[in-house]
Ligand binder design. Structure first.
Ligand SMILES: [Zn+2]
Length: 544
């Protein structure tokens, strides 16, 4: 891929394994990024803190795509482990996998509400038992696993001298706690961990060469990452609490299963969402369910909150902060509306098709898997051209605005490339918004340069908000309203034609699961006297 205006800033990532920032290979040399992130054990509704990880990686994927990379993203569900079994017993559910399936469904609902793009794969343990058994056999054949006195299969940590490289812990650190473990006596060394657990009465189990049992907790991620991304891949993510034992054990299993492969080249660990006073928001302690928060707040505000700190820093949850961000988000939507109003008005004056202009802006600045547009935008803003826009007053408004957009995109992308600093980028977005607003006050309808500058400002907003995944619903709504308006004008005000178009848009909205928008279109149809009735044969219109 070529970059007509130079190169975008190379992405630098803090690698927890090497404990330093590393430059990610450029897109020309390495066009596909493979990412595996440890997902949840799905036995209850999730809290706000659980959503930091999926929302953050959603933005990481968008940042890579904005550079022109293809991204392959896998995140798992643990649907069988000790916690699942315990919780199923507690709630009187005989099958933990069924209980998990219900909460996986609930989890998807929360993910999509927060605008998280679908992963390429969401593997579950219970549907990968055969692969897990094969992998355990591989580890045993390579001399790193043994059958314990309790018929479980254990990993022999003494056989893997590189153990604990990621966490930097010492083998002696593990002794006291591991001696307390109920399986300590069954193992050669109490610090060894289970690859396969022998069945206990009343627990789900699968047949295996070692007798009936179920996978140990850690083996799933080594197996499923290898299955979907190959035994060597780019980035492995997860919360910092997973470093030990989960990620250490994943590495041990992978390196002993496939000794000639890298496994994950870069390890990323995110900090937690904390409550006031620094206490971790956790399933066991005080926590705030995302489901409850979304009843009262705009999901995109919650996204902004989760992105408002660098992922390697804690972020403190408070309703005051959410209220503040709600106001900021309103400012963003309002600016977007003002800009598009200005542009539509000017386009009409110039006899230009405003929707075509908008489509062009989306193509040039938005994110689309099939094109390289976003990279072109970034690369326009190389170091040399940075200007401090505040010094430009009193410059002509159009010049001020265009420079403000360039500066915002340049700086935001520098933050993104600096170990995915979303906090810095969100700051740039809001600085740009105030600058667009102050420009709009001064812009005039008859200045052709103002029109072009406003166009670029719209592009800048589209670009940044798409990477952060905010303002999507409003933008869609606004666009569809404009489209409806255009169609109505074309049809000479024919209400039936307009209703047909709106119905099609509503179907599209439903197909893309944007039910909020679909409902809003239904309400708009009602306003022109067209009532939508959903029937077995699909929706139809009843005129009032
Ligand atoms: Zn994992």
């Amino acid at each position: 891929m070529t970059w007509p205006w130079g190169n975008p800033p190379p992405i630098r990532i803090y690698n927890s394994l090497t404990r330093r920032e590393e430059t990610f290979p450029p897109v020309d040399a390495h066009p596909e990024v493979s990412i595996y992130v440890c997902g949840p054990t799905t036995y209850q509704f999730v809290h706000v803190g659980n959503m930091r990880n999926p929302v953050f990686y959603d933005v990481v994927r968008r940042i890579f795509k904005s550079h022109g990379y293809r991204v392959k993203f896998v995140t798992n569900f643990t649907d069988i482990d000790d916690k699942m079994i315990e919780e199923a017993k507690k709630v009187g559910e005989s099958d933990p996998i069924q209980l998990s399936a219900r909460f996986v469904h609930e989890y998807y609902t929360d993910l999509f509400a927060l605008g998280v793009e679908e992963a390429d794969f969401y593997p579950k343990v219970s549907t990968h038992i055969d692969e897990i058994i094969e992998y355990v056999k591989l580890i045993m054949d390579n001399g790193h696993g043994y059958i314990g006195k309790d018929k479980s299969v254990y990993f022999d940590i003494a056989s893997y001298p590189d153990y604990l490289q990621l966490s930097g812990m010492k083998m002696d650190d593990l002794l006291d706690e591991s001696r307390q473990d109920e399986t300590a006596d069954a193992k050669n060394d109490p610090r060894d961990f289970a690859l396969w657990k022998a069945a206990k009465p009343g627990e789900p189990s699968w047949p295996s060469p070692w007798g009936p049992g179920r996978p140990g907790w850690h083996i799933e991620c080594s197996v499923m990452s290898a299955k979907y991304l190959g035994p060597s891949f780019d980035i492995h993510g997860g919360g910092k609490e997973l470093k030990f034992p989960h990620h250490e054990n994943e590495i041990a299993q992978a390196k002993c299963g496939h000794p000639d492969e890298d496994f994950a080249r870069i390890w990323m660990h995110n900090e937690w969402v904390v409550l006031k006073g620094g206490e971790k928001m956790a399933k066991s302690g005080e926590s705030i369910l995302i489901r409850d928060v979304l009843k009262k707040y705009d999901p995109e505000v919650i996204r902004l909150f989760l992105l408002s700190a660098h992922y390697r820093k804690e972020v403190e949850f408070s309703f005051e902060k959410i209220d503040e961000l709600t106001k900021a988000k309103e400012r963003l939507s309002e600016t977007f509306r003002r800009l598009t109003d200005f542009l539509r008005w000017r386009a009409e004056e110039r006899n230009e098709n405003w929707l075509q202009i908008w489509d062009q802006v989306d193509r040039d600045y938005g994110q689309d898997d099939e094109k390289e547009g976003a990279g072109r935008i970034i690369s326009k803003f190389d170091d040399g051209i940075r200007l401090d826009t505040d010094d430009l007053n009193p410059q002509p408004t159009d010049f001020y605005l265009v420079t403000a957009v360039r500066e915002a995109l340049y700086l935001a992308h520098r933050h993104f490339a600096d170990d995915f600093d979303t906090q810095g980028a969100v700051g740039e977005l809001f600085r740009l918004i105030s600058r667009i607003n102050s420009s709009l006050e001064k812009m005039s309808a008859d200045n052709v340069h103002d029109f072009d500058a406003a166009n670029i400002a719209l592009g800048g907003l589209v670009h940044l908000t798409e990477i952060l995944g905010v303002n999507k619903r409003e933008r869609e709504n606004l666009y569809l309203t404009e489209k409806g308006r255009e169609q109505a004008e074309k049809g000479g005000g024919d209400a039936a034609k307009l209703a047909d178009v709106l119905m099609k848009l509503r179907e599209d909205a439903r197909a893309s699961k944007n039910f909020e928008l679909a409902d809003s279109i239904r309400d708009q149809l009602a306003e022109i006297g067209a009532e939508v009735r959903d029937s077995k044969d699909g929706p139809r219109i009843v005129w009032k």
